[in-house]
Ligand binder design. Structure first.
Ligand SMILES: Nc1ncnc2c1ncn2[C@@H]1O[C@H](COP(=O)(O)OP(=O)(O)OP(=O)(O)O)[C@@H](O)[C@H]1O
Ligand SMILES: [Mg+2]
Length: 265
């Protein structure tokens, strides 16, 4: 019941994003993945759910090699994975209740009453009681985000993959989501990978934190180890120092050829 990436490479044209990424999320663990915008965090999640295939390297979930799984097996594996997309990704024409119920219907084996109860329970967990009859357009951005989270947790997956679950949320709602992540781990024993740029949140929810930089993890450790690290890249990230982002050249043309020059500390 673990996630394992080994030597994963992925690029788009000349742009190499993942460059030999090794990543382990152990059973029952909550791991946070942090890194600058464009580092490849969302891309890493897409490899885990099989939406993207690596150019080289392996991706295993539950002992199964995701990129080589035949469609039916991949769909079956995906039923064990709750994916909270970076952008809510709700179906606009369906009510919030129907959106949350979708995974439950796909999985099967529940009566309509059980489905409705689970939908209400999941919405309550993200502080959205009574919203099931609304359409996504009738919710604020943060509420849509939480509805996406309710949909992911509704069918009690073995894995939860969260892509920026707290970005754009106010501090109180962020705390609610952090508690929810902790609760999912404690009560359901899920294995979680959380992409976040919110260090406070990462320190609260994680067993371990990893930082993705130039296509690999430059640091992996407990929140305390992470806080105390002397790694200059991590320090620059945590302290919000400009000039070390992976995509710095996109922001500040340096007259270079897009090579690594000038980006290392
Ligand atoms: N399908 C794709 N085709 C081409 N380039 C892509 C594709 N998917 C991702 N990329 C590129 O890969 C890089 C990493 O993207 P990714 O979405 O993983 O970043 P991220 O770390 O999640 O950033 P953010 O914090 O801004 O969400 C970006 O430069 C992006 O433009
Ligand atoms: Mg992203």
């Amino acid at each position: 019941m673990s996630i394992q990436l080994r030597g994963v490479h992925k690029g788009f044209g000349a742009k190499k994003i993942l460059r030999g990424l090794d990543l382990d999320v152990d059973e029952g663990e909550t791991m946070s993945l942090v890194g600058f915008s464009g580092a490849g965090k969302s891309l890493t999640l897409k490899h885990i759910v099989g939406l993207m295939k690596p150019d080289a390297g392996t991706v295993h979930v539950d002992g199964q090699e995701v990129p080589t799984l035949p469609r039916e097996k991949l769909f079956k594996l995906r039923l064990d994975m709750g994916y909270v997309f970076q952008f809510a990704a709700l179906f606009d024409s369906m009510t919030i209740g129907a959106n949350v119920a979708m995974g439950l219907r796909k999985k099967g084996g529940m009566t309509e009453k059980q489905i409705q109860d689970r939908v209400e329970e999941s919405l309550a967990l993200v502080d959205l009681e009574g919203f099931s009859h609304r359409l996504p357009s009738q919710l604020s951005g943060g509420q849509q985000k939480r509805a996406g989270l309710a949909r992911a947790i509704a069918y009690r997956p073995k894995y939860l993959l969260y892509d920026e679950p707290t970005s754009g949320l106010d501090p109180v709602t962020t705390t609610v989501i952090d508690r929810l992540v902790l609760r999912m781990k404690k009560e359901l024993g899920v294995t979680s990978l959380v992409i976040t740029h919110d260090m406070k949140s990462a320190y609260t929810i994680s067993d371990r934190i990893g930082m993705l930089y130039e296509g690999r993890l430059v640091e992996v450790g407990t929140p305390q180890e992470f806080q105390n690290t002397r790694n200059p890249i991590v320090r620059a990230f945590v302290e919000g120092e400009p000039g070390m982002r992976n995509d710095a050249e996109e922001l500040l043309p340096m007259g270079g050829s897009g090579s690594d020059q000038g980006r290392k500390p």
